[in-house]
Write a protein that binds this ligand. Sequence first.
Ligand code: NAD
Ligand code: ZN
Ligand code: ZN
Length: 347
Amino acid sequence: MRALQYRTIGSAPVLVEIDRPEPAPGQVLLKTTAAGVCHSDQFVMDLPQEQYDAFGFGLPLTLGHEGAGTVEAIGAGVTGITLGESMAVYGPWGCGRCHLCAQGKENYCTEAARLGIQPPGLGAPGSMADYLLIDDARHLVPLGELDPVANVSLTDAGLTPYHAIKMSLPKLVAGSTAVVIGAGGLGHVGIQIVKAMSSARVIAVDLSEQKLELAREVGADEAILSDGNTSAAIRELTHGLGATAVFDFVGAQSTVELASSVVAVEGDLTIVGIGGGMLPVGFGSLPYDVAVRTPYWGTRAELMEVLDLARAGKITVETEIFSLADAPQAYEKLHAGTIRGRAVIVP
Ligand code: NAD
Ligand code: ZN
Ligand code: ZN
């Protein structure tokens, strides 16, 4: 089968021919229907050797941590799923047995590192291949009638903002304001999630006019450029109060500083992007009682909720489709910042 692999530090991923895996007892083999392109893949491929090794992803790495497929083969002992069923992959695999996994929070599994459990595309072989091996049927959520190509990115670009935003919902009452920094893959879905789940006004911030246009199309009430005036503009739009919640889908030094300069008293400052920005937190460094969070991905139940939001027509992913052979171009476009919404690879 074909697989898009990151093989050499600092080089572009390449399409190679590898053996099709067989599902061992308890495992499931999917025939891939769609695979999403996340900026975190770019982060991984930009790491110098030493840091890459420290993450333990290994080489070669078959990319793709957003995945969907139809059940192709079922390992011994697996029950409750049928051949041909259309599935979304819950990516942050955990042990299934620890306290947090028992709550469906496999994204925060306390045993995964010790047991060497890694997500597909971020250690385990990922979804950018003709077939994808799933370690446990627990990590599959039926898509039903949802189109896999249009919805595959909900497994990360939907689930991650959903998890981040859900924690802030008690604060996002009528009259509140949510700032969404970065209207890319995660951000453009995040805007829709805030609008669908709360009555907050949404102010989107991005470097590019095209992304701001997309932000407005998907429901942002205001969309403003990220430049030297952004902080003042947000203050003005909020009558000096600042934002009830700031979701930073970039996480660079400049954006975490923007976030801290506009968050309101008792607000939430949530850093989702992994741009390496650091925020000094101590008494007096932020308005009173601001909560700073750095969430990772989301829970199994939340993936079901996100898919239900899509079924209800409340969120959609803007997609640009690429073939597996053209996948390296998708990463080039992502790197150049010219993907509108999410790039999706269709084998
Ligand atoms: P993306 O490239 O699709 O979107 C990023 C957007 O941010 C683009 O629209 C870009 O124009 C904009 N941007 C860049 N710099 C900016 C700045 N200084 N000010 C305002 N806007 C700016 O990326 P994505 O796939 O949506 O991922 C977003 C971030 O989230 C990445 O850092 C990714 O690694 C991270 N991520 C984190 C998690 C998690 O669990 N915490 C999960 C998935 C992705
Ligand atoms: Zn991701
Ligand atoms: Zn666990």
